[in-house]
Design a protein around this ligand. Structure first.
Ligand SMILES: *Cc1c(COP(=O)(O)O)cnc(C)c1O
Length: 426
């Protein structure tokens, strides 16, 4: 395929935008080459600026669960835009989407809308700290909760239990309040809690990890966290920015039948417009301004276009009772097809899948946490990425990303994807 126009657009962009992109992973640093500029998208397909058609497995990193330019969402946004795009005053549609979200998700009474997943997680942690009157948080290595300072932390060295900044600009002061745990390792979490008695406000986790490739929670892991939190007055925060309204109507809480104390949303909840949200039971949410002392605000929060898109999306997911089954079936079909090809061609791999999240790790071992995810063969991944692209399939340009399956994919698209995989490695 030819990417002439994309390449020249990228050169122009690099002059005025750092790295030519507004979010780093888009720059293809992990796989090499030049990013592809999108002209438009419809259903399961992207159309780039050079006129190539690609089957899309990123789907805007999740929001396009029903396909691109999904008609009910587009229509809702157009109709709303005609009536003004922002007021900074309450609108009825905010209550409508809040009522719907609260009815779909277990164990929440109230929800507050923000503009991104980053904001949702940042605010959820502030609320947890305010509510518990404690400072420290536990996060898991390899989990991503947006780019706010408290989360840009890596494991500290040696005997110290607190983290250290993994980006310049994050202060040591901030880092000392974030403790790093190993995903799927309850004993590790227990030890951190023991070493920081009565200091931990919350544990924040992706209930299915999606930002180190897809990694499912081991049986009993989430239950174990729930028990540890209850025993130590720690709030359990499920970051469902990726899993919310994707794995089930009620997200991972519903799928695994575990109640979190605070739940964060993003991606699907905005139908492709910038929306995030966090939600909890009344006792916790009433701690938020203007009812309570924990401050949180946003000029464009609850923006009418964003709410219209989100409401149209959630309404469809709430009424189409088969959608999550269909998504899971398509993902399973893809899993089996790719596994068959890779096995036949003797390519070492591990495929992880939960619902409509799937990733191919080119790894010899099971992938259960960040360390095992990092052992994957990155050269094989690079070849895979560029090979798939040349065969008309766009997967995320990093081995540490999940593929997002959309309901717009047909079984023919899936067969073509499996065939592309065979073409790459044979
Ligand atoms: C994408 C993501 C975020 C950040 O959301 P943004 O909208 O990019 O700020 C947070 N948590 C998880 C689990 C995510 O996948």
């Amino acid at each position: 395929m030819i990417y002439k126009r994309s390449s020249s657009l990228f050169l122009e962009a690099e002059k005025v935008i750092p790295g030519g992109v507004n979010s780093p992973v888009r720059a293809f640093k992990a796989v090499g080459g030049t990013p592809i500029f999108v002209e438009k998208a419809k259903g399961a397909y992207l159309y780039d600026e050079d006129g190539n058609q690609l089957i899309d497995y990123i789907n805007s990193w999740g929001p396009m669960i029903l396909g691109h330019a999904f008609k009910p969402v587009v229509d809702a946004v157009i109709e709303k835009a005609k009536k003004g795009t922002s007021f900074g005053m309450p609108t009825e549609i905010e209550t409508k989407i809040a009522e719907l979200a609260v009815s779909m998700v277990p164990n929440i009474d109230k929800i507050r809308f923000v503009n991104s997943g980053t904001e949702a997680c940042m605010s959820a942690v502030r609320l947890a700290r305010g509510f518990t009157n404690k400072d420290k948080i536990i996060k898991f290595a390899g989990c991503y909760h947006g780019h706010s300072d408290s989360f840009l932390i890596q494991a500290g060295s040696g005997a110290v239990t607190f983290g250290s900044p993994n980006s310049p600009g994050v202060t040591k002061g901030t880092a000392k309040d974030t403790l790093l745990a190993k995903y799927n390792d309850l004993d590790n979490v227990k030890a951190l809690i023991e070493a920081n008695k009565n200091e931990i406000a919350c544990i924040i986790i992706e209930p299915v990890a999606g930002n180190m490739g897809c990694i499912p929670p081991k049986k009993g892991f989430l239950e174990g966290l729930r028990t540890l939190c209850d025993a130590n007055d720690i709030l359990l925060i499920f970051d469902e920015v990726m899993t919310g309204f994707r794995l089930a109507k009620g997200g991972a809480q519903e799928l695994y039948n575990i109640k979190a104390d605070i739940v964060c949303f993003g991606k699907v909840i905005g139908g492709g417009l910038p929306v995030g949200a966090f939600a909890a039971r009344n006792e916790i949410m009433n701690y938020l301004a203007p009812l309570g002392p924990v401050y949180q605000a946003g000029t464009l929060s609850g923006n009418p276009l964003a709410m219209a898109a989100g409401l149209a999306m959630l309404t469809t997911l709430n009424t189409d009772t088969e959608v999550f089954n269909r998504l899971a079936q398509k993902t399973e079909y893809l899993h089996k097809g790719i596994a068959k090809v890779l096995n036949k061609l003797n390519i070492t791999h591990t495929i992880n899948r939960v619902g409509s999240m799937i990733s191919v790790h080119f790894s010899e071992t099971e992938v259960v946490d960040f360390d095992t995810a990092a052992k994957g063969n990155n050269n094989t991944f690079k070849n895979f990425f560029h090979g798939m692209l040349n065969n008309g399939v766009y997967i995320a340009p990093s081995a540490f990303e999940t593929w997002f399956i959309t309901d717009a994919l047909t079984y023919e698209d899936l067969d073509n994807t499996i065939l592309a995989c065979e073409n790459v490695f044979k």
